[in-house]
Design a protein around this ligand. Sequence first.
Ligand code: GLN
Length: 486
Amino acid sequence: MHNKTLAELSKGLSNKTFSSEELTRHFLDRIKTLDADVNSFITVTEQQALAQAKAADAKIANNEASALTGIPLAHKDIFCTEGIKTSCGSKMLDNFIPPYNATVIEKFNQVGAVSLGKTNMDEFAMGSSNESSFYGAVKNPWNTDCVPGGSSGGSAAAVAAQLAPASTGTDTGGSIRQPAALCGITGLKPTYGRVSRYGMIAFASSLDQGGPMTRSAEDAALMLNVMAGFDSKDSTSIDKAVPDYTATLNEDLSGLTIGLPKEYFGEGLTPAIEQAVQAAIKEYESMGASVKEISLPNTDLAVPCYYIIAPSEASANLSRFDGVRYGYRCENPEDLQDLYTRTREEGFGEEVKRRILVGTYALSAGFYDAYYRKAQQIRRLIKHDFVAAFKDVDIIMGPTVPNTAFALGEKSNDPISMYLEDIYTISTNLAGLPGMSIPAGLVDGKPAGLQLTGNYFAEAKLLNVAHQFQQATDWHQQIPVTKAEG
Ligand code: GLN
């Protein structure tokens, strides 16, 4: 059952080939036997999952089921779950049990999906390797000496190791697409405002967006059908009708114009990844698409711009963790100042502290104009690059990441080289556009990702373009052989 897509599992449930309870037990067993090597889960909610599965079986028996009823999923531990620990990968929230559900969780509950538990992640979603988690690093199922990417590394690894058929992630600068690329799965970051951020612990509020991590584009469409939509509890949620994302998956691609940004194929890109991307583009040409070279001239400013804006927003968002309201509190504080200082000193990890320092500095009087305002101006230029490009092309393609999964520890003492992991993904967030990563090859036995970037609210087009590739190729069906499975 674990090698089936959501679409196939849904069929199996409605045909009564297996029950949701059987399916859920199967995945819980796999997590028990295989996750020791991967460390993709922080919390496994066995009892709750089985109760949800029984309720789903009743729904199916009463013909009240929809596509994801009874399907087990895993959620990034950034989404608040009522009565279930939500740690955000941090010691600061190791004791935090939210009294409410994030809207995304609520939506999956409403359709009767099952939650297997909460997945590991970089602390407060800051990172590209999943090594900054308080709960230890996640291992890449393709090679357990390598990182799975981050920050949604647990969600990506769980799907790649087939410990969950699909998962949720969040993407502030690449955290869905980059781990999807490194773990050989399909990941979609929707347009900013398409999926509610309510109850999703905030990192950089103007960039954060939740989305699906799956084994195929069709599965991502099924997930997005549930996740997308207006939410009055999120002030930046957009009130726009949600199409059925599965309805247009099979549209013909003849006449599609693909833009290849010349800045995405330069220095720093591993030649074998470039070859995989070029082979994918050839595949698209054989489907009737045409290719046009484009330029996104401000690409090299994206990483520095992001590393002013994201830490600035993070420094404001993380000020709430003060030892007073919730989360970790230091022992025996001498006074209020000591409570704040020691709580934050002991509760946050190194990368989070680095971001808070950078952000506080960039926002402080005297530096605001030089850094924060400047970064906002550059952000506008980056957005304009895309707006101009989409006048000529329907979709932009390139590599998701310049390299394949790197060794654990390889970049942990070099923040700049870690930050460059997101060189191709970050602009999409700064512009608020939707982006996807799909598997497009194997390089030395490790997955390579193809990135697709669409115009605002063009998720249906992205999914259509990704699905057509997956109809013609089988990269998305390749699976790693985990150690315990042999
Ligand atoms: N790797 C980037 C960072 O560390 C992006 C993280 C994310 O998208 N949450 O900020």
